[in-house]
Design a binder for this molecule. Structure first.
Ligand code: ADP
Ligand code: MG
Length: 386
């Protein structure tokens, strides 16, 4: 189904469910991080892009404070809540994402009334493509407009971060919502996580004869198992010993001195962050001067650093990356927080079929769950559809 048909079907289903047409439809995309992993909370650089898979919400404001939420995905049933009585930490299930946004808006003094909302999303859940932020960004974009709050994209980034951290309870940064809210077709979003400034960088993969394959390993990634928290702790420890505010302030040239001051594990964690920040800057410079066909080596180096220094890869991700590379991809890396989720492989169009087939075969031979493989293109950020 194309976007227009899908939007029309959603409006129809909204009316059939809630008895009146929606006030409008708003969409926000998931994201893929091209490069810059775990650099966000070290006040460093990331380079995500909005993808052509997104969450669409049909919304209609009510005259009371009742919120009614329904998703087309799965058999989740209707959720009801009171906009005026939301408490952090009390909501379970997917409703915590839209309700977190309502709570954060109200916290910042914006009167959000009740509303009806129907969600439709083709961002795969839990694959590291930020299906949860796609929901939050679609909801905040809709409510910003419907309430006349007049928030800028940057305001909405801050607000959804607050919703995630304080209401949902996930210790996430600003990358996902920045890509979703500030992305643009054919571009990646070069984001400085220290001052939140963002610049669009051309990423014309298609024009360069390349496709970006996402290989979803189906290995569940979870922030709850301690891996993420322990990496954050190592980074804080390293920054403390080196006497800097954040690892962003350590240059590649400073690594030799750092090696004498840090224990071997902390040093490797620090080296990943420092070199990864540098790779993001190099990727941005390369995209601007030479284009996407020349960034393969940086993607490969990023993966090696996450596998060996930061130790957040897993056998499925390594197999996806290695197989894609040996069958034609010009660069590949795991993307997202690690311990599962997806890998990306920048691949010449003519090698796409061969890479796909080789990865499927390699997973079967290793006895792994069959991966899901699809292409993404750098697409528009959050917007009103109708
Ligand atoms: P990711 O954001 O990487 O996809 P998360 O675990 O952060 O993974 O978010 C996935 C959660 O988002 C799901 O468990 C579900 O609660 C919610 N979600 C995402 N898409 C939908 C959808 N279409 N309908 C209902 N809930 C969804
Ligand atoms: Mg998420």
């Amino acid at each position: 189904m194309n976007t227009t048909t899908r939007a029309g079907a959603l409006a129809g289903r909204f009316e059939a469910t809630f008895g009146a047409a929606p006030d409008g439809l708003w969409a926000a995309p998931g994201r893929v991080n091209l490069i810059g992993e775990h650099t966000d909370y070290n006040e460093g650089f990331v380079l995500p892009f909005a993808i052509d898979k997104r969450a669409t919400t049909a919304v209609r404001l009510r005259n009371d404070s009742t919120i009614r939420l329904l998703s087309t995905v799965g058999d989740r049933g209707l959720v009801e809540a009171d906009a005026a009585a939301l408490t952090p930490g009390t909501v379970t299930g997917w409703a915590k994402y839209p309700l977190g946004v309502v709570w954060a808006l109200r916290q910042s003094g914006i009167e959000v009334p009740g509303f009806e909302l129907l969600l439709d999303s083709d961002v795969p859940l839990g694959a590291g493509l930020s299906s949860s932020h796609a929901i939050e960004c679609a909801v905040v974009t809709a409510l910003n407009e419907l309430t006349g709050a007049g928030l800028s994209a940057e305001d909405m980034v801050t607000l959804t971060r607050h919703a995630e951290n304080a209401f949902v309870g996930a210790p996430t940064g600003i990358m996902d919502q920045s890509a979703s809210l500030r992305g643009a077709s054919g571009h990646a979003v070069f984001l400085d996580c220290r001052d939140q400034s963002a610049e669009l960088v051309p990423f014309p993969a298609q024009e360069a004869g390349l496709v970006l394959l996402v290989i979803d390993t189906k290995v569940a990634h979870s922030h709850a198992d301690g891996g993420y928290a322990s990496r954050r702790a190592s980074c804080e420890l390293g920054a403390g010993i080196l006497g800097v505010t954040a690892l962003r302030d350590v240059a590649v040239a400073g690594l030799e001195e750092a090696s004498g001051l840090l224990d071997p594990v902390t040093f490797r964690r620090v080296r990943h962050i420092v070199t990864e920040n540098d790779r993001v800057l190099q990727t941005v410079a390369t995209l601007r001067s030479q284009g996407p066909a020349r960034i393969g080596g940086l993607l490969d180096a990023s993966h090696a650093s996450m596998r060996d220094d930061f130790e957040i890869s897993c056998p499925e991700l390594d197999l996806a990356v290695d197989t894609a590379r040996s069958h034609g991809a010009i660069g590949a890396r795991m993307t997202g927080g690690g311990f599962g989720g997806s890998a990306i492989a920048l691949t010449p169009v003519q090698d796409e079929r061969q890479v796909r087939a080789a990865v499927v075969r390699a997973f079967a031979e290793a006895g792994f769950t069959a991966p899901d493989i699809f292409t993404v293109t750098p697409a528009a950020g959050a917007e009103r559809l109708s």
